[in-house]
Design a protein around this ligand. Structure first.
Ligand code: DX5
Ligand code: ZN
Length: 223
């Protein structure tokens, strides 16, 4: 099995701590920066916009893993200037034109991904498997950091891994997002996850040493 990758959720950093975290992430070869975009409609919160994303690209070399929690993403792809090597996830529940939106992302050179809410069945992916590089399994309801894992989503990760293997889509990554604590990351690794969104429940905790926390997280996802 390929090594697990870490995607650090930058919305979990206090404004004045962003530099401190980015330095720590670069020092520890974090694979992605997870960027949550929320529109106050698809989810009950506002978070991180287009200019913030452009600023992040200027101050960090870590590729972005952009999670769009917005309605009608197909109309807004052009606003972001997505780059080659970036991951861009849109929600299956957010659009009537999932395949069209994925095609638009692909044209930018970024890797298209589909995110699914806890109640959304895996079969939502049935007819877009050729259009995606990954699936984001939401393990909490999207909108806020610091929530508790919805336990039945662990079974969904196991089911999704089997589903992808059965259909021969071995290259599609499974990303897990929401309450990926040290404890839950171990369960998610057993279930077959590939990319782990690290947030307030693991490495964004000023009480822990950042390097130690990242190293501990890495060890768990590769055990
Ligand atoms: C959800 C976001 C964050 C992330 C934060 O789309 O990516 O809320 O889950 O991590 P935790 O859940 O550990 O605070
Ligand atoms: Zn997210």
């Amino acid at each position: 099995k390929a090594k697990g990758k870490i995607s650090s959720s930058i919305m979990c950093a206090e404004i004045l701590d962003i530099r401190y975290y980015l330095d720590g992430f670069e020092r520890n070869n974090i694979e992605y920066l997870h960027v949550d975009v929320m529109d106050g409609e698809f989810v009950p919160n506002y978070m991180l916009g287009t200019d913030y994303i452009k600023s992040l690209r200027k101050v960090s070399k870590i590729p972005l893993d952009i999670h769009l929690m917005i309605k009608k993403p197909e109309d807004k792809i052009d606003w972001f200037d997505f780059q080659k090597g970036e991951c861009v996830a849109i929600h299956a529940e957010s659009t009537m034109h999932l395949q069209r939106a994925l095609q638009k992302i692909k044209q930018t050179g970024a890797k298209p991904m589909v995110a699914i809410n806890p109640a959304t069945p895996i079969m939502a992916l049935d007819y877009v498997l050729n259009d995606i590089a990954g699936v984001v399994v939401m393990t909490v309801n999207p909108g806020f950091a610091g929530q508790v894992l919805i336990p039945q989503t662990l079974q969904k990760i196991t089911d999704l891994r089997k589903y992808l293997d059965r259909k021969g889509y071995y290259d599609i990554d499974i990303e897990v997002d929401g309450n990926v604590s040290f404890e839950n990351a171990e369960k998610m690794a057993k279930a077959g996850a590939d990319i782990y969104v690290a947030g307030t429940s693991s490495i964004f905790n000023k009480k822990l040493d950042l390097d130690e926390a990242i190293q501990r997280f890495r060890k768990i996802i590769n055990s």
